[in-house]
Design a protein around this ligand. Structure first.
Ligand SMILES: [Mg+2]
Ligand SMILES: [Zn+2]
Length: 228
């Protein structure tokens, strides 16, 4: 086993390949997003390990078999190898939300499995995804960095992040004033409803927002030295 270098965890759908609301059910439906395989190869060349972390509830929903899922993984790996890179390992959650497992993102189970298997230092890792739950998963697993890509759901997520930021700023501006004591003392200020304090969301802001995986790879490799 190689010593703990820097590991880049990648979500699959919407990051490596084009996503579909109907799920990617067979290898024929798997299509690389432009330059994503090359981005993985670039990360490898710069010394980073790449591990895929993916929710595949379509298995649990009976939309495709494990065999079909593995055929998709094979197609993905072959494409990456053709581009000069390699995916070190793939961790997947086959469960539906109803199954209450500990591996479905945003829970950290899959990343923790990978960290345990390869002795990865959480601080020396980055989670890249196109959904809020990917960023949350990275936070939950203690990843040193999180990166959002605009491919897949990324653009929508970015909008949500902006909205939360604005909302938090408004609330912050309010709580920074003297009337904030009203909240801490439990006194109700009719001019500013208590919903403001209860709707304040935890902002899971990614460290970087990239147009696509290639831009994410370039950011990661310029920002982080893959070796100690
Ligand atoms: Mg995704
Ligand atoms: Zn699971």
């Amino acid at each position: 086993m190689s010593p703990s270098n820097f590991t880049v965890f990648l979500d699959r759908d919407g990051v490596i390949n084009m996503d579909s609301p109907d799920y990617i059910k067979c290898a024929e439906e798997f299509h690389f997003i432009e330059s994503s395989a090359e981005a993985i190869a670039l990360l490898n060349r710069r010394g980073f390990d790449v591990i895929v972390i993916t929710n595949q509830s379509g298995v649990g929903r009976g939309l495709f078999t494990r065999k079909e899922m593995h055929d998709i993984f094979d197609k993905m790996q072959k494409g990456v190898v053709r581009a000069g890179g390699t995916i070190k390992d793939i961790f997947f959650c086959p469960h539906t939300p109803k199954e209450i497992c500990s591996c479905r993102k945003p829970l950290s189970g899959l990343i923790l499995q990978a960290m345990e298997k390869y002795g990865i230092d959480p601080a020396r890792s980055c989670m890249v995804g196109d959904s809020v739950r990917d960023i949350e998963c990275g936070y939950n697993a203690g990843c040193g960095y999180t990166v959002l890509v605009r491919t897949g759901n990324g653009e929508e997520v970015e909008r949500i992040i902006k909205e939360i930021k604005i909302e938090n700023k408004k609330i912050q501006a309010y709580t920074d004033t003297d009337s904030a004591t009203c909240i801490s003392t439990g006194c109700k200020d009719p001019s500013f409803s208590e919903t403001a304090t209860t709707t304040r969301k935890t902002l899971l802001e990614p460290d970087f927002i990239a147009n696509d995986l290639m831009e994410a790879a370039i950011w990661i490799s310029s920002k982080i030295s893959p070796h100690y």
